[in-house]
Design a protein around this ligand. Sequence first.
Ligand SMILES: [Zn+2]
Length: 276
Amino acid sequence: MDFKQAFRQLFLFTFFIVLLTNTLPTTSQEVDDEEEFNYDLDGEKGPAKWGEIHHEWSACSNGSMQSPIDLLNQRVQIVSHLGRLNRSYKPSNATLRNRGHDMMLKWEGDAGRIHINGTDYALKQCHWHSPSEHTINGRRFDLEGHMVHESSEGKVAVVGIMYKIGRPDSFLSSILDRLQEINGTEEKETIAGIIDPRQIKIGSRKYYRYIGSLTVPPCTENVVWTIVRKVRTVTRQQVRLLRVAVHDESDSNARPTQAINGRPVELYRPKDEEDN
Ligand SMILES: [Zn+2]
């Protein structure tokens, strides 16, 4: 093989690898394109139709362990074996992005991790839905934050935090300027600087745990869900700022609750704690 031939083979090989890595589906990734789906309940691109828009989104229609769900008291099993949430976050550079269907804060560097059942899941991004996607005994709250984590093997764990209208949330207050900045312009993305995820308060040791899915296409299943039991507070203005991102007429970016299909839902409560 002469030099020219070797070069040509190397070129073809490289081309093939690039092609391969760019076409493989990244199933744990949430879809970013706002044009592709929306929350219009009766619309062509609404939640009931998500599974028909792309073949890769079929789990949205055919899945048997979809999210969100109603966390109904009678269905929940109170346990203590899950243990306290094992979070070790750290400050890292982040960007704030308007995805059209929501606002997303994405950490570019290592923002730490959460440890669940022997697996480490690195914190990737957080975003917000309003009203809340999960409900508790049928009650929907004003806002739900999702902290999305991913393991080295691509498994996803999401921590959900619910909010009702009341006193301001200190973390949202701290990124207020950035939120206003991105709302006032055509810019889709802005540098948020160093953001400390430890400032996203939970305020309770109790949480629900069940296995579900991403709540946006491709609705990938086997997502480990943790929903903090305590409902926190936000102001109307804070909810409004996060909501500007939603462009469709439904004025909501909450997927309707999905069938439980016999899935167990656990509520972790420390042994030494009887209430709250
Ligand atoms: Zn979400």
